[in-house]
Design a protein around this ligand. Structure first.
Ligand SMILES: [Zn+2]
Length: 50
């Protein structure tokens, strides 16, 4: 079981639920791998870099 202390909502400090970890494009050829979270509390969708 993973117990990372990440995925904390930047708006309300609530716990985020991981939606996935896609690679998003930054520029023409570069990709950035992120974790997408949605806050359980306020439903804000936010990203964290891996
Ligand atoms: Zn929140």
């Amino acid at each position: 079981m993973m117990s990372e202390k990440r995925g904390i909502c930047p708006r309300c400090g609530g716990e985020g639920v991981v939606l996935g970890n896609p690679v998003i494009k930054v520029g023409k050829t570069r990709g950035l791998r992120v974790v997408v979270h949605v806050c359980k509390n306020c439903h804000l969708v936010f990203y964290e870099e891996l």
